[in-house]
Write a protein that binds this ligand. Structure first.
Ligand code: PLP
Length: 452
């Protein structure tokens, strides 16, 4: 069976050349065509890739994904916080398509193109920090993290890295060592690179007394291992995979002070929380701090692979010429897509929308916290989560069953958290109020059905 003719045949008789404006289920999920394709997938693709919902997508429209059976799914995942401007944004498509016609690639280390420079300029101007900056572009988030460590080590000539509980920084060897959760990210993949230390955090929802104790423990950890041996501290301003953890007020400021005091490079990993997701361009703005290096990826390229490390000019220029790079680093099609994302974000509408999304999610889901099994609703902007636990501890079973029920009803939701007991919501920032409301109603019903 070849896949392409089937898709084409489907597109020909797909009544959803009709505009997708609401959830629509024509079949059960996954539908018959998705199930056929899944059989092919199992024969050709490694089983090591997991999948949230084995449905094959044909096209997207705003916050709706249209599958090969003609079902319209409400997208509360955005491909893990990537398609914040929508998975089929016409402005992104237009700029990327025009670039595809001009040229696809030169390698910026061979000959240059101005879109690369323009992306760097925008990030220098818009990332937190009132100091002179330089940016390096890469392809994936993990690559941005890896390169920030290269920069910090070269600039400080120190080996060690401090990361934190519940951290997620990627799947490469070094970023795997920086990531906290063993299964699935690190299991069986050791030995992992060394010189990585892990400190505590002060999650707002479990730290009624504030960040003081965690900050003291971090100081103690640095003292014990020699603060002067640490090149970098890396922190997500709101932790993503680890459970959508917002830190207690003052924690990030405290880290900023500790880093400055010891000459440690503070790297803020905004890969999931940045680019407008939380209602400000960067999540660290909520805490009034600036990293010495700020990392972006995911939503940066509007769905095309692009990542960046933006930092103090003297740090970013401390690496010898030729020391950073990558064949595809800052690909020109991805750079054009990013420039479209900047244009879309700059009028502020999507940032306001992110704030409205938070209000709608809180309005709908916060009343559930009164029910046994639901512990917390938290997050910022369009990065919201609901945590399941009770007297017996974390309830992964409830999170998984409720998310599966929502998925089966055409609302694509993801789980997260070290204990897997959290459902996270990452809708495209432009999701219409009606679609958001319908998605939340389905999610609420799914949650209530597993609690009763
Ligand atoms: C996704 C993510 C990464 C890794 O990005 P990839 O593009 O998957 O390599 C790093 N840090 C955070 C906070 C992330 O959410």
């Amino acid at each position: 069976m070849t896949v392409t003719p089937e898709l084409t045949a489907n597109q020909a008789n797909d009544p959803a050349s009709v505009k997708a404006t609401a959830r629509r289920l024509l079949t059960e999920l996954p539908g018959p065509r998705s199930r056929e394709l899944e059989t092919e997938r199992r024969q050709h693709v490694t089983d090591a890739f997991g999948v949230t919902l084995p449905v094959f997508i044909d096209h997207a429209q705003d916050a709706l994904l249209v599958d090969v059976d003609g079902n319209h799914l409400i997208d509360f995942a955005s491909g893990i916080a990537v398609t914040s401007v929508g998975a089929a944004n016409p402005k992104v498509a237009k700029r990327a398509a025009a670039q595809l016609e001009r040229f696809t690639h030169t390698c910026f280390m061979v000959t240059e193109y101005s879109s690369f420079v323009e992306v760097c300029r925008w990030l220098n101007e818009h990332t937190p920090g009132d100091f002179e900056k330089r940016t390096a572009l890469f392809t994936t988030g993990a690559e941005a993290v890896e390169n920030a460590i290269k920069v910090a080590r070269a600039a400080t000539r120190r080996p060690n890295i401090l990361v934190f509980d519940e951290a997620y920084h990627g799947r490469t060897q070094l970023t795997m060592a920086m990531t906290a959760k063993e299964n699935p990210y690190r299991l069986n993949f050791g030995p992992l690179p060394g010189s990585v230390f892990r400190g505590p955090t002060a999650p707002a929802h479990t730290s009624p007394d504030g960040p003081g104790k965690a900050l003291e423990q971090i100081e103690a950890l640095l003292a014990e291992n020699g603060a002067e041996t640490f090149a970098a501290m890396v922190i997500e301003p709101i932790q993503g995979e680890g459970g959508f953890i917002v830190q207690a007020p003052g924690f990030l400021k405290g880290l900023r002070e500790i880093a400055t005091r010891h000459g440690i490079v503070l790297v803020i990993d905004e890969i999931q929380a940045g680019m407008g997701r939380t209602g400000t361009l960067f999540a660290s703005e909520h805490d009034g701090i600036a990293g010495d290096i700020t990392l972006t990826a995911k939503a940066l390229g509007g769905g095309l692979p692009l990542s960046a490390a933006t930092g103090r000019a003297e740090l970013m220029n401390a690496v010898h010429t030729g020391g950073l790079g990558g064949t595809y680093a800052g690909n020109p099609v991805a750079c054009e897509a990013a420039l479209a994302v900047f244009e879309i974000l700059e009028d502020g509408t999507l940032l306001e929308n992110a704030v409205a999304i938070e209000a709608a999610v809180r309005h709908r889901l916060e009343p559930l916290v009164a029910l046994d099994g639901v512990a917390d609703v938290r997050g910022r902007g369009a990065m919201m989560a609901i945590e399941f636990s009770d007297a017996s501890g974390p309830r992964k079973d409830l999170a998984t069953t409720a998310a599966k029920a929502a998925n089966a009803h055409g609302v694509l939701t993801l789980t997260c958290g070290t204990n897997g007991n959290i459902i996270r919501l990452l809708p495209p920032l432009g999701i219409e109020a009606g679609v958001l409301g319908e998605g939340l109603a389905v999610l609420e019903a799914s949650i209530r059905s597993v609690l009763s």
